[in-house]
Design a protein. Sequence first.
Lengths: 328, 360
Amino acid sequence: MSRTLTYREALREGLDEELARDPNVVLMGEEVAQYNGAYKVTEGLWKKWGDKRIVDTPISEAGFIGMGIGASMLGIRPVMELMFWSFHSVAFDQLVNNAACVRYMSGGLINCPIVMRGPANGGTGVGATHSHIPEGLFAAFPGLKVCAPATPADAKGLIKAAIRDNDPVYVMENTLLYGTVGEVPDPSEGDHVVPLGLADLKRVGSDISLIAHGRSVIHALAAAETLQAEHGISAEVLDLRSIRPLDVDAILATVKKTNRVVLVDESKPFGGVSAMVATLIQEHAFDYLDAPVKRVCTLDAPAIYSHHIEHLQLPNPSRIVEKVLTIK
Amino acid sequence: MSTAQLDSPRLDFAGSAVNRELTPERKIDLLRQMIRIRRFEQAALKYYNAGKMNGFLHLYIGQEAVATGTISLCGENDHVITAYRDHGHALAVGMDMNSCMAEMYGKQTGCSKGKGGSMHFFAPDKNYWGGHGIVGGQTPLGLGLAYGLKYLGREGCCLCYLGDGAVNQGAFHESLNLAALFDLPVIYVIENNGYSMGTSQKRSSAYRGCLAQRAEAYDMEWDVIDGSDLYEVRAKTHIAMERARKEHRPSILEISTYRYYGHSVADANAKKYRSPEEIENYKQNHDPITLFRKRLIEEGIITDEQADQIAKEASEEAAAACRFADESPAPTIPDIMTDVYWETDNQTPASRIGHHFFND
């Protein structure tokens, strides 16, 4: 049975189902319980599940993120909300030294089945400190897994996979997607889980591949429509969904099919996710390329505040169309 | 508690209930444990200087009564986590000398397969969660262990150790707030050896009275303990552990102690920021092993000869551990790529989707 949910509702449904499935799943974070979530992702869950399962924390990221990691070592499965992923910086030691390295340094004796989730995006007029997009940063740490869903169905499926995973998974959401609507399989059709490491072909095309993740997928799909309607260019859109593990096979398959590629990435250009994807393409599909790999990233400066031009600093459909048209 | 305060007469805690119940055999075990820690580290120092180990070596010599006394109180639901000066706690929880020494030698037979080194010993089967290299970084983890115990309904506590140099880290203060706010069964044990690497307590911390007193700001219980007296360590720590187990209330314990060596063996100034008299006073008058040995002889539990025999056996055990470590194989290049992800190590279906690693 087809039905639509917002991205926010889909995440909530995924969290709710996992709370029901496993009594060791605990949601923690600032304002997640009594306030119903700063972005209302967790709305109603405290009322349903109570104080033990839905826990308000003080504004104390290093403390409560580290606490969650410690609890996960004992087999609790905490789902930690960062009100903004931008706040990672005050918990960085916990996020990269403890969560990512404790398994390795213990020779595999310990694992941390923990999820860190929250929005990681620009475009909301909150300035540079609140607009960091760190999926490439965290994917650079072996021991961590990172995903960035673009649609309600993927948001639900990935949050469920993340909670069931036995390693730390950092889920990067987007405040500008929370209200977007999409079809999500009905629970009566079975357990909707989207595995980490599996990309999704969101649009089939033949002339060029647009490879993106997160909200950039939505921009790429819009750009593909314009390219088709106004320029007769058939663009394929591959949604990475998961950054690490990464579906390298799907990336190479679309490049080998269309022979041209534009990477769309809300990261900054230096060392962003698209930088990694570009190097994989040149290394493994060089002979299939008919043109250099191009990128549309966030313009390389701290996030500007001004709402007059903030959206122009980020990837958007017109920037993607322009970039595609530069390719012969 | 300064060493001057330690020099003044102290209460006798031998009569505390938790010490009265110790059998003579158990008391001898505690002495043996402290001696084993010291002999293990003396052997480690010898072979560190001989070039058998890499990296840092943070010695616990002088502080043995802290780990031995506190961990002797642990039951099956009590957990332990500490910083990088972690050898004493490792042996006290029951890790064997061979795997610990082999870890420092960087060998496959090490407790972390040669992937952690001196600062990163772990034994979750013995409720020992490390061994952490970043000053104060383990304090939220200890909180999480306590959170887990309470969540799972287990009557236990977490002993989370830190040095006096860690008390000014933000993560520690955040942990104190959360511990008191959430009523978590964690005991923060400040092992105060007087120096934050080369900077004395007075030059690194602002405090009234003592460091543990900061607990009052978080409405938390605290106490100060003479770390050279094993009986006092046990008597006072027991109270904090019971408070945690039975009432889920956290505590800070500040245990005065002293390290004979530098911050690490690489500490070139170890004898410059402390006077020779200060070091000598501690060795002569406050050595926890010497004091407890003397005490057990006075109690008629052990003879000098028996104590010497224990020391001899500990030296032999440590020497054997060095031979074991030396003869063990080094990790291989394929070993570098294991123990990164649980899912790939266990070859689960999830591990077969997408690329987890990006080697050339």
